[in-house]
Design a protein around this ligand. Sequence first.
Ligand SMILES: [Zn+2]
Length: 266
Amino acid sequence: MKETAMPDFPVVFGICLDAEALWLAINPENAAKPVLLSHGSYAVREGLAPLLALLERHGVKATFFVPGITADRYPEAVLAIHRAGHELGSHGANHRTPVGLTLAEERAELLGGIEALQRVTGERPVTWRSPSWEWSANTLDLLLAEGVTVSTNFHDAVRPYRHLRDGKPVDLVELPVHWHLADAPFFIHGGRMERILRTPREVEILWQEEFAATHAWPGAFFHLTLHVQLIGHPGRLAMLDRLIGFMKAHAGTRFVTSRDLAAEIP
Ligand SMILES: [Zn+2]
């Protein structure tokens, strides 16, 4: 009888803990809107603890992206993530998009984010997510110069790959992301983001369908993007709980951090 190879299906959770930084970056005048900022504060006040408990219960290690301004404001939250064994990835100093920044501004934003996390955990993050999922023309050189070895920003594949410069592979792995595998398009409303909110059940069906189909693609992985302020609500956490159970029912599913998956890419 022919032996069937055990499938291997890595699953990465990239979870943003933006807190107020998201709203402040959209418009600095939001600093004068405490109610709008409270959408972000929810992440630390309510969402993080049950999300960490859920991940712990399922044995899931995730990658949490925390902007520098949020790490400075909530070091205990960063430490709780770190002590639970999750990876911390950098997410800029002030959640500013690299697009339109000068080279010096972009470097300061990148380094500010990295150093803020290093001050709290003692470890220098190697994974970076652009706050807008955008790169500038300078980004590749900056990431390579500052020792960032994992990027989670491009939308061009369902398989991890290594970036090239001048046609040659460099020390930077991409773990591609997709808007339909992110919570924000379905669960954010307020500020300048007036979207139609979706029910957890609708999103659960979408993510289950994508998961099952992606599982059948050789070499693919499943990359879910979450925000603590959005997913950390009771009904949505219950959906995530069911979704992880669904994932575990598929042969070969394993939960891995961005850094650890990138280390497997030749
Ligand atoms: Zn963010």
